[in-house]
Design a protein around this ligand. Structure first.
Ligand SMILES: C[S@@+](CC[C@H](N)C(=O)[O-])C[C@H]1O[C@@H](n2cnc3c(N)ncnc32)[C@H](O)[C@@H]1O
Length: 284
């Protein structure tokens, strides 16, 4: 297996640029909505940490900190949780939440792909959709394995494909013909669906030296308030990056068509959809 090319600077998809720019801004402003939507995965990761009795935990691609802080909240004395992220604005939001809650989590602004972690410094690594953005995934997961003590656990969620996650791709399918500037997703490139292929993920973990790899389908019902749907559609993902640059009238026109297309997902004032994911576990 060969490494996939890192996103080229200037392509609009350079990951550090993206998460310190428009994607980071959208996640900070939409923090409450995104945490509500992805809450089922937070619960599963917190339960996994409790089951492993992991004392020194690293949350990879922790973003605005929901999972890191939920782990901090349930940790026993002597435990420590660190969140690492490449996005300065998202980490600033995480730190503000930690300070407001008086929790003891540590946040590290660094690239998890090549950060010089203390060897074997963690008992457990977790991630909620934060590990699909590495330009060199084998090198990144080898770096994360060295940061984990022998026998320590890896537990993360990643998205399966766009076909299984029609909620995540419907907006592009509806708006694509109207917006020539909307870049098509590059299959396998760093991004939301980079880990869609089971065998690809298996190979990355095998080559980076992880053991007892298990990659199981995981589904969860996700919800967000229906009145937040316009924000979700106009701010997040590849479409969000194009929508924010449109003339207001054009934006309204595209949004109206999107809302029509998303009507089947709305029930009782909520948007509801099933997230099709992989739950991935392994041992260092
Ligand atoms: C989809 S968001 C998920 C955020 C968070 N885990 C959550 O569930 O709310 C992906 C996160 O991965 C981070 N990220 C992307 N590449 C990274 C890297 N190389 N090192 C550390 N964090 C990275 C992004 O900045 C972003 O915060």
């Amino acid at each position: 297996m060969t490494e996939k090319a890192a996103p080229s600077p200037g392509s609009g998809e350079d990951q550090a640029q993206l998460w310190n720019g428009p994607a980071g801004r959208a996640w900070v402003e939409g923090q409450v909505m995104m945490d509500q939507m992805l809450h089922p995965f937070q619960e599963r990761l917190v339960a996994a940490v409790a089951a492993q009795q992991g004392e020194r935990v690293l949350d990879v691609g922790c973003g605005t900190g929901a999972v890191t802080l939920a782990i901090a909240r349930q940790q026993r004395p002597g435990g420590a949780v660190t969140g690492i992220d490449i996005s300065a604005p998202m980490l600033a939001a995480a730190e503000a939440r930690r300070n407001a809650a008086g929790l003891a989590a540590r946040f590290l602004l660094a690239d998890a792909e090549n950060h010089d972690f203390p060897p074997a410094g963690f008992d457990m690594l977790v991630s909620r959709f934060g590990v699909m953005f590495f330009g060199q995934p084998v090198a990144a997961f080898a770096n994360l394995r060295r940061a984990t003590r022998p026998g320590g656990a890896l537990h993360f969620f990643s998205w399966r494909g766009g076909t299984e996650n029609s909620f995540m791709t419907l907006a592009e399918r509806v708006a694509g013909p109207l917006l020539p500037a909307l870049p098509p997703r590059q299959p396998g490139a760093p991004g939301q669906f980079a880990f869609a292929d089971h065998d690809y993920v298996q190979e990355i973990l095998r080559q980076s030296g992880w053991d007892r790899i298990d990659i199981a389908p995981a589904a969860a019902e996700c919800r967000l308030p229906a009145d937040q749907l316009p924000t979700y559609l106009t701010r997040f993902g590849p479409l969000g990056r194009v929508m924010e640059r449109l003339e207001p009238a054009w934006q309204q026109d595209v949004l109206a068509r999107l809302l029509d297309a998303f009507a089947p997902f709305i029930q009782a004032g909520e948007v509801r959809f099933t997230a099709a994911c992989w739950q991935v576990t392994a041992k260092a």
